[in-house]
Design a protein around this ligand. Structure first.
Ligand code: HEC
Ligand code: HEC
Ligand code: HEC
Ligand code: HEC
Length: 236
């Protein structure tokens, strides 16, 4: 083969490799994907305030709370960049919520707001799930972390709940939440308590043990001990 052409091909292949590496950055896809397999968690999540968070931005919703926080209860905040970031899933990020073309699967604080953008790790869930079902073969949990799945949670919660001036959380930056402990003590956020708040969080359902190894959150055993049997779905 002509050496020149061979070099050209190597350059093209290397470039294609770089492009596919960039494209592999996980993106937000919305809860439809997650919920088609994890039915129980979806049904439970739908009953939480997180699921309805975008509705709080509508005019006439939560009038008293808005007045207390010096917001205008008559105003429609549903397209407001200073608000939607914490009331939707993946705003301003690849595949995430866009107020101009609002996908109903990205409204509210959805699965990926806490578990991480899912385009990559959900493919691993599918493959590992099939291997476990057929041959009881398990898979390493670490590959989920490498593809963007969250196992710590607290930083993600803090980015919405503790994002205000004078916050005990170091990462705070604008836009801030208007609902701070100065407005009302009930808005103070304690991760260890909040993550165990059964009304705010989806219920927990038994895992089969498809994934093994580190990392697991400190509260995994506690949640799994009380977990109910899961109703699983199949990806559509
Ligand atoms: C993307 C931003 C965001 C993330 C991430 C987030 N929350 Fe929230 N959370 C909200 C918003 C917004 C509300 C208020 C929803 C409403 O009433 O409109 C809320 C409400 C709550 C409430 C009060 C619910 C109630 O019934 O009064 C609790 C408790 C809570 N969140 C805990 C958590 C915990 C724990 C985490 C992390 C595991 C977390 N949140 C992650 C934005 C977020
Ligand atoms: C940095 C994240 C963040 C931003 C930005 C943000 N919010 Fe929220 N919002 C929250 C969180 C977290 C809660 C839940 C507080 C709680 O219950 O402890 C919340 C709760 C609310 C509630 C319900 C309060 C209640 O007591 O029921 C309303 C209404 C609301 N936000 C409106 C807005 C509006 C309007 C804006 C824009 C001007 C906005 N938010 C911007 C994070 C944010
Ligand atoms: C407000 C944050 C938050 C949101 C939103 C959220 N989860 Fe979770 N989820 C958690 C936490 C915290 C755990 C417990 C983690 C653990 O035990 O490792 C968990 C656990 C799970 C588990 C493991 C089994 C179980 O039930 O404990 C699955 C599966 C899951 N979530 C799926 C979902 C799906 C699907 C959605 C969207 C419909 C969703 N989650 C939305 C925080 C969240
Ligand atoms: C094709 C089906 C499928 C899809 C789509 C899917 N999952 Fe899973 N997921 C699974 C299976 C199977 C497991 C292993 C469950 C077990 O061990 O019982 C799993 C495990 C999990 C776990 C627990 C991981 C651990 O530590 O063991 C979480 C959390 C989770 N999924 C969240 C999500 C979220 C969030 C999405 C959407 C971004 C999603 N899943 C999409 C099938 C799926």
């Amino acid at each position: 083969m002509n050496l020149r052409i061979a070099h050209g091909w190597i350059a093209v292949l290397t470039f294609a490799g770089l492009v596919s590496m960039v494209a592999a950055e996980p993106s937000y896809e919305g809860r439809k994907k997650c919920g088609s397999c994890h039915r129980s968690q979806l049904d439970s999540w739908e009953k939480t305030a997180h699921a309805k968070a975008i509705d709080s931005l509508a005019p006439k919703a939560k009038v008293e709370a808005k007045k207390k926080a010096r917001l205008d209860p008559a105003k429609d905040y549903r397209q407001d960049k200073d608000c939607v970031g914490c009331h939707s899933t993946g705003f301003d990020q690849e595949g995430g919520y866009d107020p101009k073309e609002p996908s109903k699967y990205l409204t509210g604080v959805g699965c990926e707001s806490c578990h991480g953008a899912g385009s990559e790790y959900r493919l691993i869930h599918r493959k590992a799930g099939q291997a476990f079902e057929k041959k009881k073969q398990t898979a390493a949990r670490k590959q989920l972390v490498d593809t963007g799945q969250e196992f710590q949670f607290s930083e993600r919660c803090n980015a919405c709940h503790l994002n205000y001036e004078g916050s005990p959380w170091k990462g705070a930056k604008k836009p801030h939440t208007p609902f701070t402990p100065k407005v009302d003590k009930k808005y103070a956020f304690d991760f260890d308590k909040a993550v165990r708040n059964n009304k705010a969080m989806h219920e927990h359902f038994k895992l089969d043990g498809t994934f093994t190894g580190a990392p697991v959150p400190s509260f995994r055993d506690e949640f799994q001990a009380k977990a109910k049997p899961a109703v699983k779905g199949k990806e559509e």
